[in-house]
Ligand binder design. Structure first.
Ligand code: NAG
Ligand code: NAG
Ligand code: NAG
Length: 385
């Protein structure tokens, strides 16, 4: 009897441990009220058509990877053609959270855009939320947060991985801002008093592209996990150890072969975490709740194509990246961020760059994530946002 009891106890501990990543990924921070929305958006953007052969399996895909990341990749034909203006309708899954006790900051909305390999839960994970949850931290500072699944992932409209790209998603972000300005999709009694864009990684490229294209659309911009001069697209691509997502797991069966994903938790760690500033369990959570990303998202955000000169933007703006960010700084961010971004934000109010000590690329999941959040909110407060 006794050994059976121990056995069942063990079994229940193990099954709890195994089930946490997939269950309860939806989380509401204490002291917050949250509401989900399905937001219709219409986009118009100049889109790059995929002109290279499309693959259907990992053999075809890995040959693309080896050619695209080769030393001589400057000599090969681009996989994309000249941009074409296109209009489309999509639906975007989003969540708005606001403090139950509304103070002076509750009308200040942080509009958060996640990066590749995540969905909106990047900002609001159920795993150790007191340590890793940006939304919870923001709620505790009295702010409201609107965060959404980027086009293609979560419950947002599915798009081919050979088509989904930066310019479409910049237009999605523009449409979301316009809706929020009208007071839609929030629980606020009136329109937001300010809108601050917050991005991580690809979400930071989107944030930067948006304030470059529409310098008066938002009040402030915070870009995290973001770098420029020190980044090496070839390292980043290989660092994912990428595989075709729909062949890796049935849970990715709705994605076409243009959607790729990290091979396993170790290749996830290679690009997103840096020892010793992370817990193995948070990396496992991140891998277990990951989302695939589109090959066209990567190709369309190659440096020569970016339109990120934001010198017309007049609001407060900040770039914060981890000290040992592998993807965007080639593994070491000190002395990279200022030279990268100072020339692009000359018109911003109090533009700052900050290197978060010890952290890798996944700044929200490094051990000192709350210290990193503190830097962001200290900056916002100091600038009256
Ligand atoms: C988008 O939706 C609107 C309103 O339903 C419709 O008039 C328009 O034709 C749609 N556009 C596209 C490109 O599907
Ligand atoms: C940004 O654009 C402005 C205005 O067109 C131009 O003067 C400036 O040289 C550009 N800066 C960079 C870094 O491209
Ligand atoms: C945590 O991050 C903050 C903000 O960057 C920093 O001031 C602090 O020294 C960090 N703490 C540790 C233990 O690294």
């Amino acid at each position: 009897m006794k050994s059976y009891a121990v056995f069942y106890l063990l079994l229940s501990v193990i099954s709890t441990a195994i089930s946490w990543p997939v269950q309860g990924t939806y989380y509401i921070p204490p002291g917050a009220t949250c509401q989900d929305y399905m937001v219709p958006v219409t986009t118009t953007s100049d889109n790059y058509p995929w002109v290279a052969p499309k693959w259907s399996d990992d053999y075809g895909f890995i040959d693309f990877v080896s050619v695209a990341s080769s030393r001589t990749n400057d000599d090969i034909p681009s996989p994309i053609g000249a941009p074409v203006s296109q209009t489309a309708n999509y639906t975007i899954g989003a969540t708005f959270c606001t403090p139950n006790t509304a103070g002076a900051n509750a009308g200040k909305v942080l509009l958060a855009t996640h990066g590749l390999a995540f969905d909106r839960s990047y900002w609001n994970p159920s795993y150790k939320p007191e340590q890793y949850n940006f939304v919870q931290y923001a709620i505790n500072q009295g702010y409201s947060v609107f965060f959404y699944d980027r086009l293609g992932v979560g419950v947002s409209t599915k798009v081919s991985g050979f088509e989904n790209q930066l310019n479409i998603q910049t237009s999605v972000l523009s449409s979301l801002i316009a809706s929020l300005r009208l007071g839609h999709y929030t629980l606020l009694a009136s329109a937001p008093t300010s809108i601050t864009l917050v991005g991580h990684s690809f979400g930071s490229i989107l944030t930067n592209s948006l304030v470059a294209a529409e310098p008066t659309a938002v009040d402030a911009a915070i870009m995290t996990g973001y770098g420029f001069l020190g980044s090496d697209d070839r390292l980043a691509l290989q660092g994912f150890g990428p595989r075709v997502a729909n062949l890796q797991s049935p849970k990715f069966s709705a994605f076409d072969a243009g959607y790729i994903t990290t091979r396993d938790v170790i290749s996830n760690i290679n690009n997103f975490f840096k020892a010793p500033a992370y817990e193995h369990d948070v990396a496992a959570f991140s891998e277990a709740t990951k989302q695939p990303f589109a090959v066209s998202e990567l190709v369309s955000s190659a440096q020569p194509l970016l339109k990120i000169n934001a010198t017309e933007f007049k609001g407060p703006a900040m770039v914060v990246s981890g000290e040992f960010d592998y993807i965007v700084c080639g593994g070491y961010c000190p002395n990279e961020l200022g030279p990268s971004f100072n020339p692009l934000f000359t018109g911003a109010k109090n533009f700052e760059t900050y290197v978060q000590p010890a952290s890798g690329h996944g700044t929200n999941f490094a051990t000192n994530a709350t210290g990193f959040y503190g830097v962001i909110f200290e900056y916002l407060g100091r600038n009256g946002i």
